[in-house]
Design a protein around this ligand. Structure first.
Ligand SMILES: NC(=O)c1ccc[n+]([C@@H]2O[C@H](COP(=O)([O-])OP(=O)(O)OC[C@H]3O[C@@H](n4cnc5c(N)ncnc54)[C@H](O)[C@@H]3O)[C@@H](O)[C@H]2O)c1
Length: 416
């Protein structure tokens, strides 16, 4: 069995390694020449827990190149970014992958799409391109969608242990795809058709986006009602059928902040979905209002952002709410300095802790990096010009910061 994996990013590369580790022959294909060069020298393209060892074991069964070759199976794991102006999926990479495959298609090949896509993409985009081969789907070749649920930071464990949705264009495609993934997936398989599988993946991330929006709205109402939303959420979640998620400075990452738009793009009925996006995208502005309240009367304010990654413990800044917050703060006339122990490159530069805090008037904690809990407030106190801190994730020990002379505000805390 020979598998060609197109797209060797966060999803495609570990998937390719898992297949090779299960003793299948794997051809890894990516358009990024520099990455292919690195992989052919046995260098990892990015860091991920357990990836180095997996790659070492898998390497004897792997080859890397920039072009597709004849195989038994083709797996497409290319990006599906959002066209931000149109609020639609940009499917150019999926189309280009299909264009690269069709001239190599042979009878009985199986094509699997792993990328997250709007409902109907397999049928309406992939099938017409693949049938340019002269072969017919369901008769000569097979097609399935197997959306990925793995979380960065724990990708390999989740790829092996999570339950999988497998949706084929027909029963044989579904069965073939399930049988293929069984070589490393230990979770349960749930079988359906392609469009349902596409829809389910989008529902999952939309569900989370809407529930975060609800938590964010609760946080804003709590501030007005003089209630501490964190205590209220903890108490509400004691109900056996309630699970309110956490509020925060907005939603980032390449999934939750994007995928809901793939549902709305063909529909006129997506009111809650669109509203949730609007609420979550409005959170950086809400945080700015809290900052403005704290900095009234301060001349030429300087602020320090703690964390520009979209979530704690990672260096990923894709769609980070920190960026919108910083741009809004700059428009307000604030000088902004950034510190993030994980992120090396960011369009606003990243400073060391002391440099970022020196002569600042307010720290705004945006990302829940565990390192921020270990910072000594007394040391920060001596560096600051005005001692203000805003915790948008409720991870700091507010009492310690107050003891060090800071005025502390926590997002969603209406009562001090
Ligand atoms: N990263 C995640 O945690 C995650 C989770 C679930 C779903 N997804 C979905 O999986 C898909 C892939 O995401 P990712 O994070 O791995 O993307 P990525 O950007 O990390 O990697 C994609 C790779 O595809 C390559 N590529 C683009 N066009 C190509 C082509 N025609 N042929 C070969 N290679 C090509 C790019 O050079 C890049 O290296 C997306 O649809 C994403 O939404 C990602």
């Amino acid at each position: 069995m020979k598998i060609c994996v197109l797209g060797l990013g966060y999803i495609g590369f570990p998937t390719a390694c898992l297949f090779a580790n299960a003793n299948l022959e794997v051809i890894g294909v990516d358009l990024n020449h520099a990455m292919i060069e690195k992989l052919n020298h046995g260098e990892l393209p990015f860091e991920e827990k357990g990836l180095e060892e997996l790659f070492e074991n898998a390497l004897p069964n792997m080859r890397f190149k920039t072009e597709v070759e004849e195989s038994d199976v083709f797996i497409i794991a290319v990006p599906t970014p959002l066209n931000k102006e149109m609020k639609m999926a940009d499917l150019k990479y999926v189309r280009s992958a299909a264009e690269m495959i069709y001239s190599h298609l042979r009878k009985d090949n199986l094509i699997i799409l792993e990328s997250t896509v709007p409902p109907g993409t397999c049928d309406k985009l992939l099938v017409p391109v693949l049938e340019k081969s002269g072969l017919k789907v369901g008769r000569d070749f097979y097609l399935a969608h197997c959306p990925e649920r793995a979380i960065p930071g724990n990708t390999i464990y989740e790829m092996v242990h999570n339950d999988r949705i497998v949706g084929g264009i027909d029963k044989k495609s579904t069965a073939l795809a399930k049988s293929l993934y069984s070589c490393f997936v230990e979770g349960t398989f749930y079988l359906t058709n392609t469009i349902t599988a596409e829809f389910v993946k989008l529902m999952e991330n939309t569900f989370r986006d809407i529930n975060i929006a609800l938590a964010n709205e609760f946080a804003q109402i709590a501030e007005e009602c003089e209630v501490n939303v964190w205590e209220a959420i903890e108490l509400a979640n004691k109900h056996p059928r309630v699970n309110v998620l956490k509020p925060g400075p907005g939603v980032g990452g390449h999934c939750i902040a994007i995928d809901p738009w793939f549902l709305t793009e063909n529909s006129t009925r997506c009111r809650i979905v669109s509203l949730a996006r609007e609420i979550n995208d409005g959170m950086p502005n809400h945080v700015l209002q809290i900052v403005k309240g704290m900095l009234k009367g301060v001349n030429n304010p300087v602020i320090t952002v703690f964390g520009v990654a979209y979530k704690g413990g990672v260096d990923d800044t894709r769609e980070t709410p920190a960026l919108k917050f910083i741009k809004l703060a700059e428009n307000e006339g604030y000088k902004v300095k950034v510190h993030d122990p994980y992120v090396k490159e960011f369009e606003y530069g990243v400073l060391k802790l002391e440099e970022a805090v020196k002569d600042s008037d307010c720290i705004i904690l945006i990302t829940d990096h565990p390192e921020f809990k270990e910072i000594n407030p007394k040391e920060m106190s001596s560096l600051m010009r005005t001692k203000n801190i805003i915790d948008t994730r409720n991870i700091l020990d507010a009492e310690r910061w107050k003891e060090a002379g800071f005025k502390v505000k926590v997002l969603g805390e209406g009562k001090e």
